[in-house]
Design a protein around this ligand. Structure first.
Ligand code: GLN
Length: 441
């Protein structure tokens, strides 16, 4: 624990906003005492982990990497994090990310851009960039990210580690700062499928504080080492034939498909919605939900407050000065699509498209067990290069957002293409995803 804290201290600007030193050292010494007394310790006891700074941990800063919540301290602990603490895991750090999860590069943060673990000139990916980089660099053994439209899977791919977005509702969102509640998912980033499995099992389960949760059975080690249930794999032809895909990613993906065929698994090409539809549906809904969720940050109850002439002024000055440009863009866009005269045309249309996307997924999963996809159409950009081009940034999410709208379990594995491979199964079949990942190993 001490060693990892030291490493994190040397890299604070890059990846971290606040260390949980005293809590970590106190917990670690308790584990040491247990070991010294010859007591048995649990699987996760003493294992150091990181937490994307959008999770409440009582008494610690939870900033969402934003200026608005720079000095905000949580008054309670998120369910998922509490379960890890109860299992004896040791939280080391709250991790840098795109402010409120708004972004795909971890540059939209007051703590400085997160640098890619493999090439520090490139972005770390986002929004859970700090979490993926910390795992890739062994600063944490695993980290808990948050994925609304790709924020665990894409940085995992950019930094060559594993990252799972579980089925929506498998892990409680209580204590996760809401971005877009209908797709927000809690999930682990780690160095191996086995670590993903262990952490997923601990965090999963029904929670009375999140009515979208369901109870799920433990995924056993034996069940994921046996690939016999996976007979047919599909992939979206239009993803691979799109103009936006880099030739290298396309070539590597198709080579991976050939390898899978050679292992005796049937492969099917599937038709799917194109990137423009997926990205615009996702961003319409995500912006509408974030406009609604962030309306509570008005300088009254939480975080920064800049006093104006009257209350209305206080709201508007606080929000205009303290939200980032990107968050303001989304709040304004979201309020617009929800407003009278626009909502039927835009918001309800996006809801309808989302239903169609879900239906298509259900049909596809009657024919295939697994859907494979590259994580991104292109390699990570250089830091600074795409920050001023929001549309390009949104389009880079083309391959991740569809699975979020479908509420499906999707795992990034660090192979198959330069930025990884996404393995997706039908709802609640997270076990099958891990099983197939093991098979590809
Ligand atoms: N890049 C996507 C967005 O900005 C996804 C972010 C996320 O999953 N939090 O909305």
């Amino acid at each position: 624990v001490q060693e990892k804290l030291n490493l994190l201290k040397q890299n604070t600007h890059n990846t971290v906003n606040s260390l949980l030193d005293s809590m970590a050292l106190e917990l670690a010494s308790k584990v040491d005492t247990k070991i010294a007394n010859g007591e048995e310790i649990g699987l996760l006891e003493g294992i150091p982990f990181g937490i994307k700074d959008v999770y409440m941990v009582q008494g610690t800063y939870t900033t969402a990497s934003s200026d608005l919540l720079k000095n905000y301290k949580s008054s309670y602990t998120a369910t998922a994090i509490q379960k890890l603490l109860d299992a004896g895991a040791i939280p080391l750090v709250k991790e840098n990310c795109d402010s409120f999860g708004h972004g795909s590069s971890s540059e939209n943060t007051i703590f400085g851009a997160v640098k890619n673990a493999i090439n520090p000139d490139l972005v770390g990916g986002g929004s859970s960039g700090g979490s993926a980089v910390n795992v890739a660099k062994y600063f944490t053994t695993f980290s808990i990210g948050g994925d609304t439209g790709g924020s665990i899977r894409q940085p995992a791919g950019y930094n060559k580690v594993y990252g799972l977005k579980p089925t929506y509702g498998r892990i409680s969102r209580y204590g996760l700062m809401a971005y877009a509640s209908s797709t927000d998912c809690v999930g682990p980033i780690a160095k191996s499928i086995e670590d993903i499995r262990i952490v997923l099992n601990i965090m999963s389960g029904k929670d009375v504080r999140d009515q979208t949760t369901f109870s799920s059975e433990e995924i056993l080690e034996e069940s994921i080492s046996n690939s016999s249930t996976i007979k047919t794999v599909g992939y979206f032809k239009n993803f691979i034939e799109s103009e936006a895909i880099s030739p290298q990613i396309k070539q590597d993906f198709l080579a991976t498909i050939d390898k899978i065929k050679a292992k005796g698994i049937a492969v099917k090409e599937l038709d799917f919605f194109n990137a423009d539809i997926l990205v615009s549906t996702y961003y319409t809904l995500a912006m509408a939900e974030t406009a609604s969720n962030l309306s509570r940050l008005d300088g009254t109850n939480y975080g920064a407050r800049i006093e104006g002439e009257n209350l209305k002024d206080t709201y508007s000055i606080t929000r205009s000065e303290k939200f980032s440009e990107e968050s303001k863009r989304r709040i304004v866009g979201g309020n617009q699509v929800l407003s009278q005269g626009f909502s039927d045309e835009i918001y309800l249309k996006a809801q309808n498209l989302r239903d169609q996307i879900s239906t298509r997924f259900s049909e596809d999963f009657n024919e295939v067990d697994i859907i494979l996809s590259p994580v991104t159409p292109a390699n990570p950009p250089k830091i600074g290069d795409s920050l001023n081009d929001p549309l390009a940034m949104y389009l880079s999410d083309a391959y991740t957002v569809g699975f979020s709208l479908g509420e499906l379990p999707t795992l990034t594995i660090p192979k198959g293409t330069e930025t990884g491979l996404q393995i997706t199964a039908d709802k609640k079949k997270d076990e099958q995803v891990l099983q197939f990942a093991n098979f590809l190993n």
